[in-house]
Design a protein around this ligand. Structure first.
Ligand code: PBG
Length: 326
């Protein structure tokens, strides 16, 4: 049977029927809020390439995280901006029990214990080379980096983090972090692995936010080639095998195929990261009057749910949560 008996438009004739057959919905609890923290007091400074997005000092962070929680958001993903004099090639500051990240975790846990805290694990904000690992010659060396990452994860766990999020793309780091957490007494601290992470130009504004752009070369020897899909599936399989509790695809919008493929094979929840460049380009087009900000925000986010994402990290999280509340 076909036309005129079958008319797909029947299910789109009114807003009521459109709502009834709507397949995907956004909830505030789907979102992970990336949060940038900075040393100092009373600081809320806008990131120049990310309109409406800020770095917070720890005193103002409390209020910001409380607002997020009150809007129904349940998770923050912390990134700390280290000052230049704290950077070296060993990750010293990354594992400092009194470092900014560790203090940020303790501060949030002390004031808003119900918020689920995730923390970025990678060396780039602490690296004098702006690389995610230890540099020897022109190489980002894998195994020595993994050792430091495992210590970094444990130091976040000691500060009270709920889940660590390794974003570095070294081989074997999920297994090493899992082992370190188990043997140091943190069996309940989870791991959200950036499993499918591409060497993407869309991270540009984030590197402004943390002043973490690579000093030489690029990240192509550890982050993935945007031309490759099957390679991402290998990453997902390995990370799940090594003990990842959640696997992530990043960036988001240009890689929806990878969200779908990951969801098809993953037996753990799948998250997607709508990265800084995706946020900023939507803002830039809106500023020019070429796109409607709110509509493009909502359309970009529902596409993640349709592709199969269970969780979404996005700089729009707070705006969406506000919109969903009204
Ligand atoms: C660092 C890290 C990056 C992002 C998250 N963790 C940048 C990079 O890999 O260079 C990007 C996030 C964004 O662009 O929003 N390991």
């Amino acid at each position: 049977m076909s036309f005129p008996y079958k008319r797909t438009r029947r299910l789109r004739t009114s807003s009521a029927i459109r709502d009834l057959v709507c397949e995907n919905h956004l909830h505030a609890s789907d979102f992970i809020v990336p949060v940038f923290v900075i040393e100092g007091e009373n600081i809320k400074e806008e990131i120049s390439s990310m309109p409406g997005y800020y770095r917070f000092s720890l005193d103002l962070l409390i209020q910001e995280v409380q607002e997020c929680y009150d809007l129904g958001l349940r998770s923050v993903l912390l990134f700390a901006k280290a000052s230049d004099e704290k950077k070296d090639n060993k990750g010293t500051e990354a594992i400092n029990q009194n470092g900014l990240m560790q203090r940020a975790i303790r501060t949030i846990k002390a004031h808003i214990p119900e918020m689920f805290i995730m923390s970025d694990v990678a060396l780039d904000p602490y690296s004098s080379f702006g690389h995610d690992g230890i540099v020897e010659g022109n190489e980002i060396v894998n195994d020595p980096t993994v050792e430091v990452l495992a210590q970094m994860a444990v130091s976040h766990a000691e500060a009270g983090v709920d889940m660590v999020a390794p974003s570095d793309m070294m081989d074997g780091r999920i297994g090493a972090i899992r082992e370190a957490l188990e043997s140091d007494g943190f069996p309940n601290v989870g791991i959200m692995s950036y499993a499918v992470k591409y060497a993407s130009c869309f991270y540009g504004p984030f590197r402004d936010a943390l002043d973490s752009a690579p000093g030489f070369g690029d990240k192509k020897s550890y982050q993935m080639n945007p031309a490759n899909g099957d390679a991402g599936i290998r990453e997902v399989e390995l990370d799940i095998e090594e003990g990842a509790d959640i696997v992530m695809v990043k960036p988001g919008m240009p890689y929806l195929d990878m969200v779908l493929r990951t969801k098809e094979i993953s037996d753990v929840p799948v998250s997607v990261y709508q990265v800084s460049g995706e946020y900023s380009m939507i803002h830039a087009a809106a500023e020019k009057g070429w796109l409607n900000l709110e509509d493009s925000m909502m359309e970009s986010l529902i596409a993640f749910k349709r592709a199969g994402a269970d969780l979404i990290a996005s700089y729009f999280a707070k705006e969406v949560a506000k919109k969903l509340k009204n």
